[in-house]
Design a protein. Sequence first.
Length: 204
Amino acid sequence: MDYRQPWHELTIDVAEAIRKDVVLDDMLNSSIYADLPAGVWHFQEDKVDQFLSADWIQQMHKIGIPIRNTLIFYRKPHYLHPSAHVDVMSATGEPAISAINWTMDSLDDSEMIWYDTPPIPPVNSLTAIGTPYRDWVLDQIAPYESSRKIIGTTPTLVRTGIPHNVETHSRSRWCISVRCKSPMLTSWENTVDLFTPWIKNVNS
């Protein structure tokens, strides 16, 4: 297994992951982000069933990967956030190691980009909903780019505990980012090992 790779496509079925009564455009138009180029929504563990279906939550629990929380990201076409960041867990201040990401558009052409951690101290920041991040401005971190990937609609295990960013291209982007919990999720290597039964082409 290549632990250096910051993403792995998964075979987990997400077709019925989102509640049928969720309308993403309505969520955007009724929010503070309606006229902005980007937005983020956070459903914590006690409210995650307001976005994800109860059946899918239960199925993830059955396979041994219970859900901690879910973030939903929106980006307009050609939007590039001016910094790269590391996701941070609110409770502990430690990096959030991983997430299962997928987009809602089968023609999505946006790219998730990862960077080696530069020898430059990050800036601690908060999103509009209070989600903590550690940021580096793109001019500083661009030379440290290490990988990029079009996620598309394939659920993909992504590494969020190292600097990363997303560049949207020709299409708007709705991304679902499910964060899981398990005593095994203590490092990227352990996370990849836990998800190995659901990683595509694991022996290739």
